[in-house]
Design a protein around this ligand. Structure first.
Ligand code: ZN
Length: 263
């Protein structure tokens, strides 16, 4: 699959910077300036941690943050399902508003709810990879082999249930372990982040969630939502009504329209 983001120029610059800092630290330590040397090493680790924990920073590789369009179109993305109670209600709401969405599913939940995955596909939505087990606390530092399993196992479940392999990946909590981009490149999966989110994973106040999202709505915005907490139907209902009032359409963008970089 071809998508609109170019390769790893920023990654090369970032790795060059880290290497430079490490070499400088060694020279400084050999010169006996222990505190300065350790401070440089600490700073380089902080930079790396920032790149891994900030979902939209591109220093480790390309991250899709919006898509190119000259129409009033946005991309709804719904994470952490499928959920036997909530997903059917969400599908009904999407149908009522003629909206399409991408469901970034957790492999194990998909495996336990095969008929819901099939319903998502049959109703014209997209199912994508959000890892097999969603290891949200450890994902940022997952060893390469474990990371490969998380991604490959989820892709396998999706392929079996939907009849086609997923074409997109979203990282649990947006974190990026060091080897994530090389694993995704091998799997042919672009890493999808977002433009607008309402922090619905931690808040249940749908009015505030929709307000936070609305502030970042513009043509080509990627909206992040979560299911499984029992509050998405209310939030989505309000959001879809507001979007209809403003004549926005919810579409599934073509990969060659993906944009990486600042939102
Ligand atoms: Zn998630």
């Amino acid at each position: 699959m071809k998508w609109g983001c170019c390769g790893g120029r920023k990654r090369k610059v970032f790795i060059g910077l880290l290497t430079g800092l490490c070499l400088t630290a060694i020279v400084v330590l050999l010169a006996g300036k222990i505190f300065t040397g350790l401070s440089i090493i600490f700073a380089s680790h902080l930079l790396l941690l920032y790149a891994q924990l900030n979902p939209v920073v591109q220093w480790l590789g390309p991250v899709v943050t919006r898509f190119r369009t000259d129409k009033k179109e946005i991309w709804l993305t719904i994470d952490d399902g499928p959920d036997p109670e909530e997903t059917p209600v969400i599908l009904k709401l999407l149908d009522e508003h003629q909206a399409k969405a991408t469901f970034f599913v957790i492999g194990n939940r998909a495996k336990n709810n095969p008929s819901i995955v099939r319903q998502i596909v049959e109703r014209g939505h997209q199912v994508a990879n959000h890892s097999m087990n969603h290891p949200e606390r450890s994902f940022w530092c997952l060893p390469k082999r474990q990371l490969e399993r998380e991604i490959a196992d989820c892709s396998e479940v999706i392929s079996e249930l939907s009849g086609a392999p997923p074409e997109l990946f979203r990282a649990p909590v947006g974190h990026k372990p060091w080897s994530l981009h090389s694993v995704l490149r091998k799997e042919g999966l672009p890493l999808i982040a977002w433009t607008a989110r309402g922090f619905d994973g931690v808040s249940t106040d749908s009015e505030r969630i929709v307000h936070r999202i609305q502030k970042h709505i513009k043509p080509g915005a990627i909206v992040l939502l979560h299911e499984g907490k029992g509050t998405l139907s209310e939030t989505l209902g309000e959001l879809l009504a507001d979007l209809s009032d403003e004549n926005y359409c919810c579409v599934l963008p073509a990969p060659d329209s993906f944009i990486c970089g600042r939102r």
